[in-house]
Design a protein around this ligand. Structure first.
Ligand code: ADP
Ligand code: MG
Length: 683
């Protein structure tokens, strides 16, 4: 230590008198106890006296307690317990959890990450007041650690245990609010494939109750060790570490944890101005996966997202774009999801089957000390980022219930075991699902073949159907592509010189730069629709719906219009343009047209109803007709015979085969039951 202990207090006093913190202190005195912390920015301390600041980091316990004494002296308020909290450590002072070692014990450190778990706030005894069973006098004892400590001797009558007993007097004791959280390293700072590490952190008094799971923060505090106990409470020489939190810095801007220097910004602007930026960004996505250009383009736009809007009435329109890939097995869905989760800032890959107890949304569990702990699931951890959910059709029923809210309102409300919390889940969802019956049956509507409820499906902006149908030309190209990819892999293994082939399978844009590009655009670019873009989208919507007059099919619904707006905004963002141009709108229309054609066509006619209900509007009218016939026949004689139904159907213009198929469908869906072969009744 450069300074003696008495000197430290004097320096703090000098600091308060020479800086504006002195004024802040008098304000806190006025507000006390609503306010009880003086927050000092580390930079101000460095500016005042760099040596003092450096020493503070090494010996925080002494510096803080002398500082709090100095506060009492400066204010003259002996009864007030005003905390001294040093915050805002510069980024290069921050440590990774994985790098913490024994040398850091007792030092002031800053840990950046995401809050994964948080317990409820509970009072903890700080100063115990113990009543003597003999004289009734009260003996005070400061509590340290987790075990209740009783005095041995009464301070009044002087008698000792076991002659006397002590009882804790709650009304004379002092308590402090406490909360335990678990912080996890930011996924974006992990080097490929590393598992994020976690650290327990304790918060006291006015710091308790501020944090909820999913918060992106830097926790500044003192690293401490606690001995590990074996079975039977035997102490060991091994220690666990935890952080005694002194201050919290919350992330204020979007994706703040990705640092963008002025140089980066210049390069980002330069890349964007070169033209064909969207194509080049797209080709950076999973170059080893063959084809799927439109799908990749949509995934690219998803990363940028549209612009969220707040309406006057308080409602919020999300900007995030949700995409679902449904397809035959072995069509690289999982590969694509994993790739996107790695590439996207704040990307998380998880499976609907759920590896973690918290599942997709959040759970409340009891921790080892019996406190309820709220743990964030994938959607909360991916807040402001991308949640890639593989096998989304296999998610648990609790997740199924709360994922709706997450997709539309982008929050997750937890009301369980007395915990009422609202967690933010402002993420875009990239889901993948396999067909229910193994492979797609081209003759059945898509929704019939996915095990997901309709309301959930309709929340996806884009649904891509990926089928694996043999096609010699495509198969040859795909085989060549995969074989070459393996060849490239072998070459890279041998560290052979780069050649053209290697180049083709390498991302066009370095992934590190790519992430910065996305973060920069999301933070700074909020494009507005141009008149031309609005005209084009409106025309597209109205014209597409007009086909109804001919085909009696609703080709497009307001949901797809919203999807197009979001995609167009994302396209402008990807170009770093503040204006959504006609070209952006065209790009969006191309994507929506493409997926509607793939996913919701019946006999060449696009029908949005097929997509979400599995019944086209034309089929619906067939169903209505059959329904009327059934009702009539069943009313007349209590049941309806197949032959009769088909005959009647033909009279109203429904072909026998179509009527038969509809009967099968209604039967399959449990609307009617077959009492005897070819004889039907309502269920
Ligand atoms: P899914 O999740 O759709 O069942 P996977 O992602 O597990 O499929 O893919 C299976 C394998 O097939 C992967 O190794 C993947 O690389 C390969 N594959 C499938 N389609 C393609 C493609 N279009 N280009 C390159 N590889 C592909
Ligand atoms: Mg898969």
């Amino acid at each position: 230590m450069r300074y003696a202990e008495e000197e430290i207090k004097a320096i703090w006093l000098d600091f308060f008198s020479k800086t504006e913190y002195g004024l802040t202190l008098s304000r806190i005195v006025d507000e006390y106890p609503d306010e009880k912390s003086l927050i000092v920015s580390f930079a101000d301390l460095v500016e005042y006296n760099p040596n003092f600041a450096e020493d503070f980091l090494k010996y925080p316990d002494i510096y803080l307690s002398r500082g709090e004494e100095a506060i009492r002296e400066h204010t003259g308020e002996e009864e007030m317990h005003i905390h001294l909290r040093i915050s805002n450590l510069p980024r290069d002072r921050r440590k990774d959890i994985r790098d913490l070692r024994s040398v850091h014990l007792g030092q002031f450190i800053s840990i950046e990450g995401i809050i994964r778990k948080a317990t409820e706030v509970r009072p903890k005894l700080k100063l115990g007041a113990f009543k003597c069973s003999d004289c009734g006098g009260i003996t005070y004892l400061v509590q340290e650690g987790t075990r209740l400590q009783e005095p041995h001797k009464c301070a009044h009558c002087g008698k000792t245990k076991p002659t006397i007993r002590f009882t804790l007097s709650i009304e004379h004791s002092e308590f402090v609010d406490t909360q335990k959280v678990e912080i996890q390293e930011n996924p974006e700072n992990l080097r490929g494939g590393e598992q994020p590490q976690r650290l327990a952190a304790y918060l006291e008094d006015d710091l308790a109750g501020i944090l909820v799971p999913g918060d992106r923060v830097a926790l500044n505090g003192i690293l401490r060790a606690k001995e590990r106990r074996m079975f039977g409470n035997v102490k060991t020489t091994e220690f666990d570490i935890y952080l005694d939190v002194v201050s919290i810095d919350k992330e204020k801007k979007e994706l703040e944890s990705i640092e963008i220097t002025e140089e980066d910004e210049e390069k980002i602007r330069e890349e964007a101005s070169k033209g064909d930026i969207i194509e080049r960004l797209r080709d950076t996505i999973a170059p080893t996966i063959y084809g799927m250009k439109i799908e990749k383009e949509a995934l690219l736009l998803q990363m940028f997202g549209g612009v969220p809007k707040k309406m006057k009435d308080g409602t919020r329109i999300r900007g995030d774009i949700h995409i679902l890939l449904v397809g035959d097995p072995g069509t690289a869905k999982s590969q694509l999801l994993q790739y996107m989760a790695q590439l996207a800032p704040r990307g998380i890959y998880t499976s609907g089957k759920g590896s973690s107890a918290a599942g997709l949304t959040a759970t409340a569990v009891r921790d080892e000390s019996g406190r309820w702990t709220l743990e964030a699931g994938a959607l909360v951890l991916a807040d402001m980022g991308l949640a890639a959910i593989d096998e989304i059709d296999k998610m648990s029923s609790t997740d199924r219930d709360s994922i709706y809210q997450a997709m539309e309102q982008q929050i997750i409300a937890v009301t369980k075991a007395g915990i009422y919390a609202t967690l933010m889940a402002r993420c875009s969802i990239l889901g993948a699902a396999n067909p229910k019956y193994g492979r797609f049956d081209p003759n059945r509507p898509l929704v019939d073949q996915i095990d997901l409820p309709t309301p959930l499906l309709s929340r996806f902006d884009v649904i891509f159907k990926i089928v694996d149908v043999p096609n010699p030309e495509k198969d040859r190209a795909l085989a060549e592509h995969i074989l070459n990819a393996h060849l490239v892999g072998e070459m890279l293994q041998l560290e052979e010189e780069e050649n053209i082939l290697v180049e083709e399978y390498s991302p066009k844009i370095d992934p590190e730069f790519f992430r910065k590009y996305v973060a920069y655009a999301k933070r700074n670019i909020f494009p507005k629709l141009s008149d031309e873009a609005i005209e084009l989208l409106k025309k597209k919507y109205v014209d597409t719906r007009k086909q109804y007059e001919e085909t009696h099919a609703v080709a497009i619904t307001p949901r797809q219009l919203e999807a197009m707006i979001r995609l167009a905004e994302a396209s402008a963002r990807a170009r770093l343009s503040e204006v959504v141009t006609k070209e952006d709108a065209e790009r969006a229309i191309r994507i929506v047209d493409y997926f509607l054609k793939e996913a919701s066509t019946e006999e060449g006619i696009i029908d949005a109803d097929i997509l979400y209900t599995g019944i086209s509007s034309r089929q619906r009218s067939v169903m209505e007709k059959i329904d009327i016939i059934l009702r009539k026949l069943i009313n007349e004689k209590g049941f309806a015979e197949e032959d009769e139904i088909l005959e009647e159907a033909e009279k109203v213009g429904v072909e026998r085969l179509k009527a038969l198929r509809m009967l099968e469908k209604m039967h399959r869906e449990g609307l009617i039951r077959e009492v005897r072969s070819g004889v039907y009744k309502y269920v």
